[in-house]
Design a binder for this molecule. Structure first.
Ligand code: PEP
Ligand code: MG
Length: 547
């Protein structure tokens, strides 16, 4: 076994010794009274709150805070109380406690996406509670020297117990692109690979080379393998840093490069990366962070901060995409059989019409007096009627540029009619790939299917672009695909007119595009379209576009 593969979720190259992080979970019966169970749960909450106060990394702090809230949820306490109802010492409380948590996990799993990935947080609380009751304390091998962390799963409390300053890279057997490990690694700026099924076969102490860009781990790498990976990474970074200014192809023609942003910090990063503006302002965070709908005034205040940072540039605000992987408990039903196909995005007008009306009002008010190009778009639109409904309402509030996301196959195939209702389209490749391939975007086991590289997805994008170009409407991409330099080239070749991506990807995409002309992009797009599989499309394009 010289190399292993997984999903690269944070770029970079690291070399170092493997350090396996194993969480000790108690085994055997746990005798206890209900009082002791509740006291122990309180201690877990206190531990989480303490860890949240002391941990350095913002993202870990936030997750620990959410875990503390989950662990003190009255519904959880009630569920445990219903099973351990007598004031006696039970011989073994473990099965009842596990059962109480099971109901919560089933509910989260039914929500899918982001919420399904939070099951790991709940499992983490469960194992902490059982350990507390059994007197087995959270034991993690702490990193004593710079190491590559290998784990089956990396929970928030694990990360709070590890000296992350010593983490050179993360390699995790489970998890997908939005798992805790991926988020932490991006926050730390270190390489990370998740969904590496054979990660636990790596022996503790063995020397590894981790390439987070390629999703590859080399065991006992040869010096030449290390050197070439490091040189490639350094060269890519140095080249990216050398190209500044607006996005341009080799012939000098301008390519609009925008940033995907969810909050004020993102807007700061977008400005620092020299983005032409924000191509996707995700507005869910404000709603997710709150237990009820934020007031129009609260929304105005947040949008205004972001608009101020983007003065003179374009900002495309997306109305609330609640539902599916972005469930908002007070807006979405937990009883949907199929949340990705249920009430999400603009469909929320069917259940919470006034929420979207108030959001549109807030967006329009926030832009008053600020000189910026305000564009507003609705997510999860499938029909011309939905596009018309959104456009009519947004225009009535004085919003001049209105658009829709093209992220359902219906919107792409019928783009000629859908885009007629609005001023622009924006292709959401994350969802479009999910829906075209009928493959959950959050399930790492399906990542070979739910990818934009799939020729069927590329063909769908091409259909949407043909319609947009016929109607002379702007049609950008704001899904993750735009942040992959090779896919960015393919997308331009398919007829996309702008690219919006995570701010950290802008430099590399800008540099790579500056070496290509449109004819080359069209050539590689044709190769990819004619391939038989996502893997073949990707290899063909990479062979033809050496970086
Ligand atoms: C998309 O679906 O590609 C997209 C950009 O939207 P989100 O990832 O927020 O669903
Ligand atoms: Mg989407």
């Amino acid at each position: 076994m010289n190399s292993l593969v997984g999903i690269g979720v944070s770029p970079g190259v690291a070399v170092g010794k493997a350090c396996r992080i194993a969480q000790i979970t108690s085994v055997g019966p746990i005798p206890a009274t209900p009082r002791k169970v509740f006291d122990s749960l309180n201690l877990v909450v206190a531990d989480l709150e303490r860890a949240a106060k002391t941990v350095e990394l913002d993202i870990v702090r936030d997750v620990l805070g959410v875990q503390a809230m989950m662990a003190s949820d009255p519904a959880l306490i009630e569920a445990i109380g219903a099973r351990l109802s007598q004031d006696i010492e039970y011989k073994d409380v473990r099965p009842d406690i596990i059962d109480s948590f099971r109901g919560f996990k089933t509910a989260l799993s039914a929500l899918g996406g982001y919420f399904a990935e939070r099951i790991v947080d709940l499992d983490d609380i469960l194992s902490q509670l059982l350990n507390k009751l059994a007197g087995t304390e959270h034991q993690l091998i702490n990193l004593a020297e710079p190491s590559i962390v290998i784990a089956d799963e990396l929970t928030p409390s694990d990360t709070a117990h590890i000296n992350l300053n010593y983490a050179l890279a993360l390699v995790v057997a489970k998890g997908g692109p939005t798992s805790h490990a991926a988020i932490v690694a991006r926050g730390l700026g270190i390489p990370a690979i998740v969904g590496c099924k054979r990660a636990l076969e790596i022996e503790d102490g063995s020397v590894l080379l981790v390439d987070g860009r390629q999703g590859k781990i080399y065991i006992d790498p040869k010096a030449t393998e290390v050197e070439s990976a490091q040189l490639r990474e350094e060269a890519l970074r140095a080249r990216a840093a050398a190209v500044v200014g607006p996005g341009r192809l080799k012939d000098g023609s301008h390519i609009t490069l925008l940033a995907n942003v969810s909050d004020v910090n993102g807007a700061i990063e977008a400005a620092a990366a020299g983005a032409d503006g924000i191509g996707l302002l995700r507005t869910e965070l404000l709603f997710i962070d709150s237990t009820s709908e934020p007031t129009v005034e609260d929304q105005v205040a947040t949008y205004k901060k972001i608009f101020d940072l983007m003065q003179g540039r374009r900002v495309i605000v997306r109305t609330l995409d609640a539902g599916s992987d972005k469930q908002i408990p007070y807006l979405n039903s937990s009883k949907e059989q199929n949340p990705a196909l249920g009430i999400r995005g603009w469909r929320l007008t069917r259940t919470h019409d006034a929420v979207l009306e108030r959001q549109l009002e807030a967006i329009s008010k926030a832009a008053e007096g600020i000189s910026l190009e305000l564009w507003v778009m609705a997510p999860m639109v499938s029909t011309p009627a939905e596009a018309n409904d959104f456009a009519t309402r947004a225009r009535a509030l004085g919003i001049k540029k209105v658009g829709v996301m093209i992220e359902t196959p219906a919107a792409a195939i019928h783009a000629e009619k859908v885009l007629l209702e609005v001023d622009f389209g924006s292709i959401g490749t994350n969802d479009l790939a999910q829906y075209v391939m009928a493959s959950d975007r959050m399930d790492s086991r399906l990542s070979d299917l739910a990818t934009t590289w799939n020729p069927a997805v590329l063909r769908t994008i091409q259909i949407a672009c043909e319609s947009a170009n016929k109607l002379n409407k702007t049609n950008g991409v704001c899904g993750e695909a735009a942040s992959d330099p090779y896919l960015a080239a393919v997308l331009l070749g398919l007829g996309v007119t702008s690219l919006s991506m995570v701010p950290s990807a802008i430099a590399e995409v800008r540099e790579f595009l500056s070496t290509l002309d449109l004819a080359t992009c069209v050539e590689v797009a044709t190769l990819a379209l004619n391939a038989d599989s996502a893997q073949e499309a990707e290899s063909l394009v990479k062979e033809n576009l050496q970086r």
